[in-house]
Design a protein around this ligand. Structure first.
Ligand SMILES: [Zn+2]
Length: 290
């Protein structure tokens, strides 16, 4: 009996020391092919720069033209997320994703024309409280039109774009919990009702990385991935609710734009700041709710 037990323990020990590569040769692991995809994040468009988040139509067109001339392929965000979740093969080399946060009406008025001209897919992250409500935002009808055209997908940016950290300080714990539930549930519910789904991707307001509580809440409401403004290319090594995006501003032209596509961490979207006498780089402050 003792001998049998020794043999069993021996087998268990042996199996547990087989290198992973040997196991994966016989037992297929969930497919998670390699990729490195920069996600370019925009906010507003227009004939001229009126604030730090506006990219002019001319600069946006020069960027699209650069992508085309240099062999980059703009793919839907959904395509690379499906690969990340093990549901699709790796995207082609030199893939790039374009997303826009906030639902500013300049997406409909200015960006749409260039998106159609260059035939590139775009994902919009929308906070529904502004839609058909605020003068700067698009209407539900405009969003329906964009989605129907086939190039625009529409996902969640919470219900009214709160700063969760500030709300947490202001509210009692049970109030905060109700508040958080509303931000995730109402946003997804309203977008799916007005535009159809699925809505399972989330962009964190202000790009701020969430705490564990928010991540668990978001997952409970059916969000599979969440996006910040951490500056590097999206790869399988990233954490599902902390996915990176490059905030693009009007100065990202020529070499600066090329550096982003190469996955460079530096560049715009960051400003010099000082803390305790030390200089460091921090994400650019957002001037307003949008
Ligand atoms: Zn936003």
């Amino acid at each position: 009996m003792k001998a049998v037990r020794t043999v069993i323990i021996g087998i268990v020990l042996f199996v547990s020391f087989i290198p992973l590569s040997a196991v994966s040769a016989t037992v297929p692991a969930p497919a998670r092919p390699g990729f490195q995809v920069p996600i370019l994040l925009y906010h507003r468009f227009g004939p001229a720069v009126t604030d730090s988040m506006t990219v002019t139509d001319k600069v946006f067109e020069s960027q699209l033209s650069y992508l085309r001339a240099n062999g980059y392929r703009v793919i839907p965000l959904r395509r690379v997320v499906d690969c990340y979740l093990g549901k699709a093969p790796a995207p082609p080399p030199n893939s790039v994703v374009i997303v826009v946060d906030d639902g500013h009406r300049s997406v409909y008025i200015h960006m749409q024309r260039l998106v159609r001209k260059y035939n590139v897919p775009v994902t919009l992250f929308i906070y529904p409280s502004a839609i058909s409500n605020s003068s700067y935002a698009m209407s539900w009808q405009q969003l329906r039109e964009l989605k129907k055209g086939g190039l625009f997908d529409i996902q969640s940016h919470t219900y009214w774009h709160p700063n969760f950290g500030k709300e947490k300080k202001k509210l009692r714990p049970e109030e905060y919990e109700r508040f958080v539930d509303v931000q995730f549930r109402k946003s997804k519910g309203k977008l799916e009702k007005e535009l159809g789904g699925p809505v399972d991707m989330l962009a964190w307001p202000f790009g701020l990385p969430p705490d564990r509580y928010l991540v668990e809440k978001a997952e409970r409401y059916g969000y599979k991935v969440g996006f910040t403004i951490v500056r590097h290319s999206f790869s399988p090594a990233d954490t599902p609710m902390l996915l990176p995006r490059f905030l693009v501003v009007n100065a990202d032209q020529g070499k600066r734009f090329a550096r982003i596509l190469e996955g460079n961490h530096e560049g715009s979207g960051y400003v010099q700041a000082t803390s305790g006498g030390k200089r460091y780089r921090k994400p650019m402050e957002r001037s307003s709710k949008i």
